[in-house]
Design a protein around this ligand. Sequence first.
Ligand code: C2O
Ligand code: CU
Ligand code: CU
Length: 422
Amino acid sequence: RRTATTDYYDMTIRHGAAEILPGVSTPIMGYEGRFPGPTIRAEAGRRVVVRQTNAMMHETVVHLHGGLVAPGQDGHPADSIAPGAYREYVYDNRQPSATLWYHDHSHHMEAEMVFRGLAGFYLVGDRRERRLGLPSGRYDVPLMLRDARFDEQGRLLFEMDDFRYRNTLLVNGRPQPYMKVDGRKYRLRLLNGSNERYFTLRLGEGDGDAMTVIASDGGLLPAPVTATSITLSPAERVDVVVDFSRYRPGTRVVLHNADGTDEATTGVMRFDVGHRVPDLSRVPERLGHARDLGEAVVTRDIEMKLDLSIGAFVIDGKTFDMDRVDTKIKRGETEIWRVHNRDVRPSVPHNFHVHGTHFQVLDRNGQPVTGHEAGRKDTVAVPIGGDVRLKVRFDRYLGRYLYHCHLLDHSSMGMMAQAEVI
Ligand code: C2O
Ligand code: CU
Ligand code: CU
């Protein structure tokens, strides 16, 4: 349904079956029973109302990852939809164009439910971006990258924190697919939708062909940057423009994962290049603008750690309690958060995601970040034994927002906390 200022979507969250492996029907959980869920296209300044009906046997809650939405619409685990019930999520889209996604955030269950398929793209567009002339329409392709583990019957097999066995790579729900592309520019929206796997993406042979990075989690970068290798930890997004006209027709260009250990985990997908076609799209020198977040008035340290004595992942020594406020932050005040990964032995990678805002990454282990990480972010990798410093500010709503490790098995096992904006 469409009115002058609002787009309405109706979705049923249900069990379904998807053909993920060729010829095999795999039980999944999906928005509209699809794996992954349908892509929602929103327009900045226009409201989107999504009515989500829970047709499953257990609770679920839908979070809009990267959305600058009010706490009540954010998908807090305390706001779950009971089996058989529905609720409407209202998204105002008061934010610039960006690649977002929506996914389950059920209490202690998000790892399994996202793994089983409860995730989909949510793309915000705006007039400013359309004027830039970037590749659009069918030349603007969202790609959800993730891994999965299957049993002999082709059913998804989930065991907490068993990432070593999740050795099948999927793109938009298919293993190592190929895509026919015209000889022209494409915008590829790359999302790492894995629970725990990191991707280091390279295009073509050897050290990798150049990709033009145009956007990060929070939207367009101030200016495009060229990269031959892009690392994405879980939930991070990067939009790149690839010009396939530089390959001869008939070339097969493989998108590789340089972190892979074997054939199964190295090849991500393939682009089969066709003939050159007229291409009026372009990547201008100037794209978006990132407002400076101002002088910080408060600095705080946040520690992420596997606590072996209680067998849980903790933030600042505590496992998640949805009734406890861990941090208070004044609306409109800039803070510096220094986030530490204390897990050297055993070594465990973490990342850090904040709801309800886009932060600026100042540095990692004292080194300024570059490339897509210099843009506005909502998720950032925190290396083993290292730290990242972020500038964080909440400008809009009062209330509670989560922050957590987005290795979802870790957050499901307690590595999550919440800030109250006051
Ligand atoms: Cu994408 Cu709290 O998560
Ligand atoms: Cu989020
Ligand atoms: Cu973690």
